[in-house]
Design a protein around this ligand. Structure first.
Ligand SMILES: Nc1ncnc2c1ncn2[C@@H]1O[C@H](COP(=O)(O)OP(=O)(O)OP(=O)(O)O)[C@@H](O)[C@H]1O
Ligand SMILES: [Mg+2]
Length: 508
């Protein structure tokens, strides 16, 4: 059978960067084909060539046997190619229905006028939602939806007009396990109906559960295509990074010091209840739990974003009542957000300005900014974190997703904090850079820094932490020491359908 899509010798360069270099790719009809590669390898760019966002400098695109030129995203869409981007592209203030039919409204004639046919649109959507088992009202505003629901709307949008090719660029980065399972069921169902699917993810386990074949690209070049059933994680990683990697979680043994931070009866905003915890110097402390279990709220409360309503926080044994993020930062407590787009980086600024932004005072004397100092701080971080860019004047919006994440983490590290709170620090980051971030975390702990780390990837917490707290419904539901870590036990507590929350609420 003819391939659904054939790309041959695609080259695409940007000023100073060759993003794709003589790239080849074949998508068979009705298969789920994974693309993997390090941050900045060119995965998103390749897909943007397919969807008409970027015109290639050279190369050929063959769609179901016919050579085509794709001039823009709408053109791609009308040719049956739909994409779900790495960052969602829905309009927050608009309803689900308006988002779904933007630029392709269904209209009807009413006398001399052409008007929007809301009823027809709503009916069409409701049937698609039903097929996908999505229970979201089409009149809901996007801003009221969770990340997973937004992702589902994106998928529904992609399916409205019977796409033959569906591209998913890191769709699972911010989903919980159950949401991932639901998404996979939908994807498998689409395959059954003959849709050809491209799936991009840094989570290799997902490739092994879902995909039929996998193509690895490195530095914009084609490396390999394999049957998933005939390969393994080590082989893929070796293809991706160009060498063998053995140490994914380079945790070093560190002498744990005395108590640094303790929290008693912390609560607030209906989201946190009676939180007790203690943290010792040099410790790497993990927070596991489902989305919505209160982990981010706890981090934001500890770091002064949302001051607590109840309970107390002691730093070095003294009460710490941070009224702002800034105050916490001045006392050496720095938080790295999970929502990179909203608080983490400013995309239309360059790498250097993003990294040095919070430390303007440190690098200036009598109001004069020491630019040279700034560049040297930023350059050191770029090297240490392996941020893929020609120099630190490069705009953050032109970095690949994973490299933007590295800038967000660098910004906090450059402050030399005493306590660092990392919220999903390796989301969207490739295996190699992940190991690099883990190594840096581990070294920082060895030099006396204390780290609180929130992650939805249990293997990461289990690999890196000294202790793990499990959160559920805004409470601490369990705590494990390193020698007792077990993925099963932690999940069991995180998922348990207990009555803890109702009891807590009744007690308040
Ligand atoms: N508009 C642009 N201007 C300049 N450079 C760009 C632009 N878009 C992408 N690049 C560069 O092209 C290269 C490939 O980026 P791309 O986003 O395709 O990587 P990726 O494989 O999707 O990475 P990630 O896993 O981090 O999402 C990177 O070096 C990136 O900085
Ligand atoms: Mg990408």
């Amino acid at each position: 059978m003819e391939p659904a899509l054939l790309l041959s010798s695609i080259t695409k360069s940007f000023p100073g960067v060759i993003a794709l270099n003589d790239m080849n790719f074949e998508l068979r009809s009705g298969e789920i084909h994974a693309i993997c590669g390090e941050n900045g390898a060119g995965k998103s760019t390749l897909m943007k060539v397919v969807t008409g966002v970027h015109a290639p400098d050279s190369g050929r695109l063959v769609l179901f046997g016919t050579e085509v030129k794709i001039s823009n995203p709408l053109d791609a869409f009308s040719k049956g190619i739909a994409i779900i981007y790495q960052e969602t592209s829905l309009f927050e203030e608009m309803t689900v229905l308006d988002n779904l039919f933007l630029n392709r409204e269904i209209v009807k004639k009413m006398g001399p006028f052409t008007v929007l046919d809301y009823k027809a649109m709503a009916l069409k959507m409701e049937s698609i939602f039903k097929n996908l088992r999505i229970s979201i009202s089409v009149d809901e505003k996007i801003k009221n939806l969770g990340m997973a629901q937004k992702q589902m709307v994106e998928i529904a949008k992609a399916l409205t007009f019977e796409s033959r090719i569906l591209i998913l660029d890191e769709p699972t980065a911010s989903l919980t396990q159950q949401e991932v399972d639901a998404l996979f069921a939908i994807i498998r169902d689409l395959r059954k109906h003959g849709v050809s699917i491209v799936f991009i993810s840094h989570r290799l386990e997902e490739i092994f559960t879902l995909c039929d074949r996998v193509t690895v690209i490195r530095d914009g070049r084609y490396i390999s295509t394999r049957e998933v059933s005939a390969t393994n994680k080590d082989q893929l990683v070796a293809d991706m990074v160009g060498r063998n990697m053995d140490n994914y979680y380079p945790k070093t043994g560190v002498e744990i010091g005395g108590e640094l931070l303790s929290v008693r009866g912390l609560g607030g905003r209906e989201l946190l209840h009676g939180i007790d915890l203690h943290v010792r110097r040099g410790e790497i402390l993990g927070f596991a739990g489902l989305a919505g279990s209160g982990r981010t709220e706890l981090a934001m409360t500890l770091s002064g974003f949302t001051p607590p309503e109840r309970g107390e926080i002691l730093l070095d044994g003294k009460p710490a009542r941070f009224k702002s993020y800034r105050e916490a930062m001045e006392r050496g407590l720095v938080y790295v957000t999970e929502d990179r787009g909203k608080y983490g980086v400013i995309v239309d600024m360059n790498i250097k300005d993003n990294i040095v932004m919070p430390q303007l005072e440190k690098n200036s004397r009598l109001g004069v900014i020491n630019t040279r100092q700034e560049y040297s701080v930023a350059e050191a971080m770029r090297e240490k974190m392996g941020i893929k860019a020609p120099d630190t004047d490069f705009l953050v919006m032109n970095l690949s997703g994973g490299n933007q994440q590295k800038v967000s983490v660098s910004k906090a590290l450059a402050l030399n904090p005493r306590i660092l709170i990392l919220d999903e620090p390796t989301r969207g980051v490739d295996v190699n850079a992940k190991a690099e971030i883990h190594r840096i975390i581990s070294n920082m702990a060895a030099s006396g820094l204390t780290i609180l780390m929130i992650s939805s990837e249990l293997p990461e917490l289990i690999g890196m932490c000294d202790r793990i707290y499990v959160m559920k419904d805004g409470t601490i539901a369990g705590c494990f020491n390193r020698e007792d870590f077990s993925q099963e036990d932690i999940l069991h507590i995180a998922l348990a359908s207990g009555t803890a929350n109702t009891a807590q609420k009744a007690a308040v």
